[in-house]
Write a protein that binds this ligand. Sequence first.
Ligand SMILES: [Ca+2]
Ligand SMILES: [Ca+2]
Length: 221
Amino acid sequence: MFKSAPILLIALGCQPDPVVANSLTEVQDDDEIPVDADGDQFSDAEELAAGTDPDDCWSVPDGWANCASEAYYDRVEGEGWAVGQISHDFSFIDQAGDMLHLHRFYGATTMIQFSAMWGECPGTPMAYGDTWMPAGVQYVEYWFQDWSGDAIEHHTLDAMKVVGFPTVRSTSDESTPEALTEYAYANEMDVSGCQYVAIGPDLRILGFTADIDEVNAILAE
Ligand SMILES: [Ca+2]
Ligand SMILES: [Ca+2]
């Protein structure tokens, strides 16, 4: 895709960063490099053909929003999982088997629910339907164990391919290696139920709680 990346970068011994390469397409007169004005990894031409907005990284022809480039340009760097910190660019594997980095949801409020399938999690959108979440909130459902307490296998999420939000699992085969889960344990949270992480448009942690009423109040603000 970036076969015509600037010779200057190569001469300097730099690996051309895809994000930087995208920005350079705007100033280059090179028909071979597709312009991706909003950096969502879909070219302007692809977006116009699909009817999505080439200037809005939340408008994409397929998959989830991808505003990671904007976070990169704004120099957003992860700090941790405590309330008030910028969330790390945590990676998941979604129900399609694709890698999903959290920072791609830069620019909108995001809520991650994480739990084990064997746990009782009363607030799942699967129970309430897609309309459960407040408008404009990006929901991510993260499972760290299956019904038997084992690590989530890819096929476990096959049934989730029809839902309109990311349903994700660990990038590792281990059951609970995640920063999220470790944070919950470290803070003596009960992971047998649900944990909710509310993240602001600037990727700052707004709340980390097992109380669905508390997280709903945060999201409603
Ligand atoms: Ca685009
Ligand atoms: Ca777009």
